[in-house]
Write a new protein. Structure first.
Ligand code: MSP
Length: 509
């Protein structure tokens, strides 16, 4: 049987600035999902990259007195370098300045034109460079975009996409595909936005140059959002529809985005695709925004969180865990030093770290550093093992609905059950009185830890590997198909010297 396919994407990041926690968060959520799907047997394509055209990037280059291409080369690299640093397992990295992308963006334009969805007119209205978006007079709040960004008056010849004709089709599409937009509250927002009527969309500009030329009319460059959204099919080889990647992976399974850019992905993008005769993606998930110690994150407040500093201070897997555990995915969340330290010291160090350390060092000392015998499971042993062998279907549902925090709570309930089990079974007491029973108890715990290690790989790949290495689990036996009795630990196998995996975080040291 062929493996199920899963194609997921991050937004492509504007190269006007250095990467911050918001970028790291979206990419991390995708990485966790990509890793989960691979371990669960899917054929995965995971794409990220940089959005390099438009006025915002052009202006940023100008400020530094750099040519836009040289500037984007430099800043794009910062985003690319962050990926290995955060242990991100993307399969491709796309830049909108690449030749493959220009071909795809122009091809989609031609299709829209051929299908009669583009016409030439004149745009006059407001434009926010920061949002790279058009606004009508009645949308402005105190003379600014609803995001608070400044707007400028634009009056120039422009091509338009006939978005106003897509209202009914989009509403039908949302209705037929109830999982297309998540979470549900965001879906309702989009539906009410579309229901209130759509205006035709200006899709070209003539007052600056940094972008992809409109086919057959070089005075115009394509609107940066039409250019940018197309990246998702560029990476599958479009416009070559015979290309294997395209056939295999389009339509995308999931576009992960922040709530601020949902409209572009859930309204414009499916309309462009339907108009071009292409299939829309299967799902768009809009996550929330982080604040820093209760305050909106902004450059002017000087409270931008640098993901590199965060990782250097707290540790990579600690940060990966925190970002996905602390806040129900989809909601806004607050980053605070205290909550970060609490998560590290309580969930990671006390619960998980202690469980592994207690069991592994006890086995090291009392079982000749090897996997003890299973002398027959009791009801309690069976209950613990059954919990960890049986958790995958629920986790699958969690990951398919991007409920990362729920998935982690579920795994942690097994960690807690294991800690409770040690205290109740008290192997240290059994050592003299019932050594055979002690062996079975330790066997049960090690087998549970093996499965917890396997389950945690998507979230904390390095630490999970460390757990599995200490148990000397062969790398080929670490996928989710090994979460069963058939792949159970072998008594007598030698264990590695245990190393504590999650030290407590102490501000002073
Ligand atoms: N270039 C566009 C996306 C084009 S996709 C075809 C863009 N880029 S961005 O660099 O400005 O933003 C990328 C992502 O970062 C967005 O999903 C946005 O929601 C996210 N975040 C920016 N600040 C954030 C927080 N403070 N918290 C969480 N995510 C935030 O938009």
């Amino acid at each position: 049987m062929e493996a199920p396919r899963y194609y997921l994407t991050t937004p492509i990041y504007y190269v006007n600035d250095v990467p911050h926690i918001g970028h790291a968060y979206t990419t991390l959520a995708c990485d966790v999902l990509a890793r989960f799907m691979r371990l669960d047997g899917c054929d995965v394509l995971f794409l990220t990259g940089t959005d390099e055209h438009g006025q915002k990037v052009e202006k940023a280059a100008e400020t530094l007195k750099m040519e836009p291409q040289a500037f984007t080369d430099k800043v794009s690299k910062n985003f690319r370098d962050l990926l290995p640093f955060m242990n991100i397992s993307n399969d491709d990295f796309i830049r909108t300045t690449e030749a493959r992308h220009k071909v795809a963006a122009q091809a989609i334009w031609r299709r829209l034109m051929q299908n009669g969805h583009i016409y030439l007119d004149k745009y006059s209205g407001w434009y926010s460079v920061r949002d790279e978006a058009y606004f009508a007079e009645n949308e402005l709040i105190d003379g600014k975009a609803p995001t608070g960004a400044p707007v400028e008056w634009v009056e120039e010849p422009s091509y338009f996409f006939d978005l106003s004709k897509w209202q009914t089709k989009l509403l039908e599409f949302y209705d037929e595909n109830p999982n297309f937009i998540a979470p549900a509250s965001r879906r309702n927002e989009v539906i009410s936005f579309v229901s209130s009527g759509l205006r035709d969309l200006s899709i070209s500009r003539t007052s600056f140059n940094w972008g992809i030329a409109v086919p057959d009319d070089e005075k115009h460059i394509m609107y940066v959002w039409l250019d940018a959204l197309t990246n998702y099919i560029t990476a599958t080889g479009f416009p070559d529809e015979q290309e294997t990647l395209y056939k295999k992976f389009w339509p995308a399974s999931l576009h992960m985005v922040g709530k601020d850019i949902l409209r572009f992905h859930a309204v414009y993008w499916p309309a462009f695709l339907l108009a071009a005769g292409l299939e829309p993606p299967k799902r768009v998930f809009a996550h929330g925004w982080w604040t820093n110690e209760g305050q909106k994150i902004s450059k002017s407040l000087g409270n931008v969180i640098d993901p590199i500093e965060l990782v250097e201070k707290y540790g990579l897997d600690q940060v990966r865990y925190f970002l996905l555990r602390e806040v129900p995915f989809g909601n806004d969340g607050d980053f605070s030093k205290n909550s970060m330290i609490n998560r590290i010291n309580s969930d990671l160090s006390n619960d998980l770290g202690n469980l592994c350390q207690r069991v592994l060092s006890f086995v090291q000392k009392n079982c000749d550093a090897s996997i003890p015998q299973n002398n027959g499971f009791s009801k309690d042993d069976e209950r613990l093992i059954a919990q960890v062998y049986g958790v995958l279907p629920s986790l699958r549902a969690d990951f398919n609905s991007q409920s990362f925090n729920v998935a982690l709570e579920r795994i942690w309930s097994i960690v807690s059950a294991s800690n409770k089990y040690i205290d109740e079974q008290a192997p240290w007491k059994l050592r003299k009185t019932e050594p055979e029973r002690m062996q079975t108890v330790l066997f049960t715990l090690l087998e549970t830890i093996r499965c917890i290690g396997i389950l945690l790989q998507p979230i904390m790949p390095a630490s999970a590997n460390e757990i599995l290495n200490q148990l000397t689990i062969d790398p080929s036996d670490r996928s989710y198909s090994a979460l069963n009795e058939e792949h159970c630990l072998q008594s007598g196998a030698k264990l590695q010297q245990p190393n504590p995996i999650f030290p407590r975080f102490d501000e002073k040291t």
